[in-house]
Design a protein around this ligand. Structure first.
Ligand code: NAG
Ligand code: NAG
Ligand code: NAG
Length: 353
């Protein structure tokens, strides 16, 4: 056969391969890799000495087999539903669970730690895992993937995975507004800038290690958490609007950061995922979304209990967590997390589907 007959194919083939490659990459997220706090910790704190825990009843009451896992909810978290929406496992495993093999972690993993923040000092309050340590575990994870799957396959997973950050609330409610040190050092605006620098450093770090598709989740209306309503000295029981204003301000700056980094870092696709508006809508009109209570958590009095306090007041535990926006005084119920996941998938993460 003459080369003439083959020539068109030889010219076309690389282009066809490129098209196939791009299409596959655009439609494929092989893993969901998570950094952050209790909103996305699937059990890492079970394996470190801290009181910031939830691996006991009534947490996990509505989880697969009614077992507590270390998730601060009655069931799954938003990131679990997001993983499922990408056709990946319905539950994201915790990195520090030593029983899990690298194979079991290769389609998703959480490095998150309840009670942590972007600020090292926040992680220090309850001796939990700092964001720097989470990134260090990610480096270790990448090396383990290489050993198990080979350089090429590991590079594919790292390069096409979706990275999710959900962090920052504790820097304000556990640290800045709760302890004097940072408030003496920084105005709120300065502290926001400090946190944004730390967020930027974390994003750059993952990018330098090969990560490209990223979601940085914005802050929720944290002044409407049951615990913050009770702590609202000016207007007890009402949302702390000062805290909500800080969340909106921080979220605006986060969006600016995403625009800037997407221009600067090659191949980066960093999206800001808004959770502020859906939570505000639900807190304002819970019955529109099938909830009966958006003011108290399901456990205890629902006003202040979280962690161990939830396990101490079980006689007051609500019957049906699906009627509640919050499971404890700080953390959403599984039903609320599902709505957050659906909203974020539809409005933001669909670009990665
Ligand atoms: C790990 O596996 C061992 C043996 O099956 C079991 O006893 C232990 O509870 C497991 N640990 C965790 C954290 O699941
Ligand atoms: C946070 O702590 C880590 C480890 O101790 C340290 O390397 C890092 O520089 C600290 N970050 C800041 C912003 O202080
Ligand atoms: C998300 O999109 C799906 C499919 O279009 C739709 O059925 C669902 O109601 C949407 N959910 C939210 C919370 O927007």
């Amino acid at each position: 056969m003459s080369i003439r007959r083959w020539l068109p194919w030889l010219v076309l083939l690389p282009a066809l391969l490129r098209r196939g490659g791009v299409a596959a990459a655009a439609g494929k997220v092989p893993a969901v890799i998570v950094f952050g706090d209790s909103s996305v910790d699937t059990g890492n704190n079970n394996f470190i000495p801290t009181i910031a825990r939830s691996n006991f009843w009534p947490y996990g009451r509505d989880y697969a087999d009614g077992q507590p896992t270390g998730r601060f909810s009655n069931g799954r978290l938003a990131t679990d539903f997001i993983s499922e929406a990408f056709g990946l496992p319905p539950c994201i495993p915790a990195y520090l669970d030593a029983n899990l093999t690298i194979d079991q972690l290769s389609s998703g993993v959480s490095f998150a730690s309840a009670a942590t923040g972007l600020d090292n000092a926040t992680a220090g309050v309850l001796s939990v895992i700092t964001i720097g340590e989470q990134l260090q575990y990610f480096r270790e994870y990448k090396e383990r993937l290489k050993m198990a799957k080979g350089e090429r396959k590991a590079g594919e997973i790292i390069g096409e995975a979706l990275y999710i950050w959900s962090i920052g609330t504790n820097d304000f409610i556990e640290n800045y507004y709760n302890l004097p040190e940072r408030r003496l050092q920084y105005t709120v605006a300065q502290y926001e800038a400090y946190l944004l620098d730390l967020a930027e450093a974390a994003i750059r770090d993952v990018h330098s290690l090969g990560g490209r598709k990223m979601d940085f989740t914005g802050l929720t209306p944290m002044g409407c958490l049951p615990a913050e309503r009770i702590g609202n000295r000016d207007d007890p029981g009402e949302c702390n609007e000062d805290y909500n204003a800080v969340a909106r301000s921080f979220n605006g700056k986060l969006q600016g950061l995403a625009v800037r980094l997407n221009k600067e870092l090659p191949g980066l696709q960093l999206v800001y995922a808004d959770t502020y508006n859906i939570l505000t809508a639900i807190v304002n009109r819970p019955s529109d979304y099938g909830f009966e209570n958006a003011v108290q958590g399901c456990c205890g009095t629902g006003l202040f209990e979280a962690g161990y306090f939830c396990s101490m007041s079980t006689s007051l535990l609500c019957q049906n967590a699906n009627k509640y926006v919050f499971f404890d005084a700080i953390h959403p119920t599984e039903k609320m997390y599902k709505i957050i996941a659906d909203t974020v998938m539809n409005t933001t993460l669909n670009v990665f589907l």
